[in-house]
Design a protein around this ligand. Structure first.
Ligand SMILES: *Cc1c(COP(=O)(O)O)cnc(C)c1O
Ligand SMILES: [Zn+2]
Length: 441
């Protein structure tokens, strides 16, 4: 079957380009590109038939179909042949029933999609498998660049370094020095990437990598490149699949550069256009108050985002003041009857601690989403019986410093109401019994 996808201008300028072409902006208007699929070709199967295809492949061992991304390859990147696919069995992540945490908020149907339970520990794997596979195909067809490169707040670089290493392709990562976790710094080092720590923030790194790409020195792996979004959109499809093809009422997503918000919409839109679903959930974009350019624009009634200087936040992966995909995210919010809400440092810390007390292990970005959830429930916007999915974007284990500092009560301006510091004792039986009695009397 001749399924196909190509680049087009997001703003609708004429022209289309092959997905293997190293092009990151529309040559006419300079705006964003998007991947457009031949939906008529995909309509050769009914929605019900696609559901069966995807269910048959889900988490199976037949390579590459067990991957949550490549199990949906016709909808993602149909031209990539098997021998070009660079996959590490991404997707297929746990849709965690947050039963106890949800009950504590008065919700009966709360779920957390654990996208961080993945090879490199964040949802970035979903997009990177597609991008690196397409680059491998482009290189086979003659593309010449020194390396694949990205600017990163820590997770994009970890994913790119891993997939690049798996494919044997050179990788350069530009990181804002001192603004990512130790685990995130260690990941690209371990995979042999050239790691450049720059004395700037993410936005400063992004400006440099865009110029490297424009001059043809590197291939750009940031989510400005819509290839990433094609893989990331499978989260939407996978969530619906995990509910036996039912659409939830709400999806809450912590966001920075705003690529993932538009990827989610692309997934929901494709399901609707191909007869798998008939409605959208409402989208909530959750931002850190210290890095909230979309929140400001949205609440001022503006439909374009003014760049700001992002202030430091514990949610380091979303410390972004000039979100590249803002126009895409605004389109997603408009189509999905969306909301934009924000969380302070204190709010995200306490939400993470509350969730952790019910068995989760929440990264600070996921905590921004949970803090926003708590606000919307208290305000009565989200109602008790509604089905809510919070997207957990990364694994809590990548953010050990965040957890330790909270439980040491050493985060400035955060009272750490639920801190649970360790008790250190001599190896004395009686003292141990006393400690147990003191806590559980
Ligand atoms: C990249 C990232 C985000 C933000 O995703 P965008 O597409 O940039 O909005 C959120 N959380 C984590 C953990 C991330 O790594
Ligand atoms: Zn254009």
């Amino acid at each position: 079957m001749s399924y196909s996808a190509e680049f087009r201008c997001f703003s609708g300028c004429a022209g289309s380009w092959p997905v293997t072409q190293p092009i990151y902006r529309c040559p006419s208007c300079g705006g964003l590109l998007e991947v457009v699929h031949d939906l008529d070709a995909l309509r050769d199967r009914s929605g019900a038939s696609w559901m069966r295809v995807f269910d048959d492949r889900y988490r199976q061992n037949r390579w590459p179909y067990g991957s949550g991304v490549w199990g949906k390859r016709e909808w993602v990147m149909p031209q990539v042949p098997d021998d070009m696919i660079v996959s590490m069995y991404e997707g297929g992540t746990n849709l965690f029933w947050a039963e106890r945490y949800g009950r504590s908020l008065g919700l009966s149907d709360l779920w957390v999609k654990l996208c961080g339970n993945s090879h490199s520990g964040s949802f970035k794997d979903l997009g990177m498998t597609v991008l690196v596979s397409v680059v491998r195909m482009a290189i086979r067809d003659g593309l010449r660049v020194k390396a694949i490169a990205c600017a990163s707040t820590g997770d994009t670089s970890a994913a790119l370094a891993a997939y690049g290493a798996a494919a044997g392709l050179p990788v350069v990562v530009l990181l804002p020095r001192g603004k990512i976790s130790t685990a995130q710094l260690a990941q690209p080092l371990a995979h042999g990437a050239l790691v450049l720590g720059l004395d700037t923030d993410f936005d400063g790194c992004m400006a440099i990598v865009q110029r490297l790409a424009a001059e043809g020195i590197v291939y750009l792996a940031n989510s400005m490149n819509p290839l990433r979004l094609e893989g990331q959109k499978t989260v939407a499809i996978e969530i619906v699949q995990q509910f036996d093809w039912q659409v939830p009422d709400w999806v809450i997503l912590p966001s920075g550069n705003l690529g993932n918000a538009s990827a989610l919409y692309a997934g929901f839109r494709m399901m609707r256009d191909l007869g798998v679903t008939s409605r959208f959930p409402r989208l909530v974009v959750a931002q850190a108050e210290n890095a909230n350019p979309l929140y400001r624009a949205w609440h001022a009634g503006k439909r374009s985002v003014e760049p700001i200087q992002a202030r430091p936040t514990l949610a380091t992966a979303i410390q972004i003041g000039n979100p590249v995909s803002a126009p895409r995210a605004i389109a997603a919010l408009e189509a999905m009857d969306g909301l934009v809400e924000q969380a302070s440092e204190e709010e995200l810390c306490e939400a993470a601690a509350r969730a952790d007390r019910t068995g989760m292990y929440t990264c600070p970005h996921t905590a921004v989403g949970l803090a926003v959830l708590e606000k919307l429930v208290h305000r009565g916007v989200i109602r008790p019986e509604e089905r809510v999915v919070c997207i957990s974007t990364a694994a809590g284990l990548k953010f050990t410093e965040f957890k330790v500092r909270y439980h040491e009560r050493s985060i400035d301006g955060v009272s750490a109401e639920q801190a649970n510091p360790p008790t250190f004792l001599p190896p004395d039986f009686g003292r141990v019994v006393d400690a147990i009695d003191a806590r559980f009397s």
